[in-house]
Design a protein around this ligand. Structure first.
Ligand code: MG
Length: 216
C-alpha cells in the first residue's frame, strides 16, 4: 500500500488515528452531559441534546478542541474531568509497532493534531508516546484547524517536509481532502477510529484498520 522508499516524512493524527476515539466519544457524549445534568438540575437526556447541539455548532473550528473554551462555556473543569476517566485513553493495536518501524527506518515522524495542548499533555502522560516523535504540532500553534487547507502552509513554516514525499494518516476525510489540496501525496484513511464503532472504509482514500497493514 505504501512505497516506503518514496516517503521522507510521516505526519500522524492523534485522536482516532493513534488513540482510541472511544475516549473522546464517551467523554463528550456521555460523561460531560451526565456531570452537566447534575450541576444544572436537568435530565441527562436534556443535557445530552443541548450539548450535542452546542458541540455541532463548533465542529471543525479551533474552539471545538479548546478545553478552556468549553470549561468556560459549560461552567465545568474540563481538563479535570478528562483526567477522571483517563483509563479510557488507549493506544490502538499495532501503533507502537508502527512507530518503532518508522524509527528503525529513520523516517522523521510528526504528531500533528487539532487537539488542545492540555488534551495533548493528558494523553501523552497517559500513553508515553511522545518519545517516538521527531516533533509534535498542535493546530493552535498554527492558528487554524487542519480542515483549513492553509493549515499545511503554516505547518511547513514549523517543520520541513516536501508534500510529494509526505505521508499523512487521519481518521477524518475532510482533513485528508484539505491535505490533498495542498499537494500532500500519500494519504491514508484510518477506518477504525473507535474500538466501539464498526469499521468504515473510505471511498476516496486507501484505508487501513490497523497500522500493521503499513509495515512491510
Ligand atoms: Mg482524528
Amino acid at each position: 500500500m505504501i512505497a516506503w522508499q518514496g516517503i521522507e516524512t510521516v505526519l500522524l493524527d492523534m485522536d482516532g488515528t493513534l488513540l482510541d476515539k472511544h475516549f473522546d466519544d464517551y467523554f463528550w457524549e456521555h460523561f460531560v452531559p451526565e456531570i452537566y445534568a447534575t450541576k444544572n438540575s436537568i435530565s441527562e437526556r436534556e443535557a445530552r441534546k443541548k450539548l450535542l447541539d452546542t458541540y455541532r455548532a463548533k465542529e471543525g473550528t479551533l474552539d471545538w478542541t479548546d478545553l478552556d473554551y468549553w470549561s468556560e462555556q459549560l461552567g465545568l473543569d474540563i481538563p479535570a474531568l478528562k483526567i477522571k476517566i483517563d483509563h479510557l485513553i488507549q493506544v490502538h493495536p499495532y501503533v507502537i509497532d508502527f512507530l518503532k518501524y518508522l524509527k528503525d527506518n529513520r523516517k522523521p515522524t510528526y504528531l500533528v493534531t487539532n487537539a488542545h495542548s492540555k488534551t495533548l499533555d493528558i494523553k501523552m502522560a497517559k500513553t508515553s508516546l511522545s518519545g517516538y516523535f521527531t516533533g509534535i504540532v498542535c493546530a493552535e500553534e498554527i492558528g487554524m484547524p487542519k480542515e483549513n487547507p492553509a493549515f499545511w502552509a503554516g505547518l511547513q513554516e514549523k517543520i520541513a517536509f516536501t508534500a510529494e514525499s509526505t505521508m499523512l494518516a487521519e481518521d477524518t476525510e475532510k482533513i485528508l481532502f484539505s491535505a490533498q489540496s495542498y499537494g500532500i501525496k500519500h494519504l491514508i484513511y484510518v477506518a477504525r477510529p473507535s474500538s466501539q464503532a464498526p469499521i468504515k472504509h473510505s471511498e476516496n482514500f486507501p484505508s487501513i484498520s490497523y497500522f500493521n497493514e503499513l509495515i512491510s
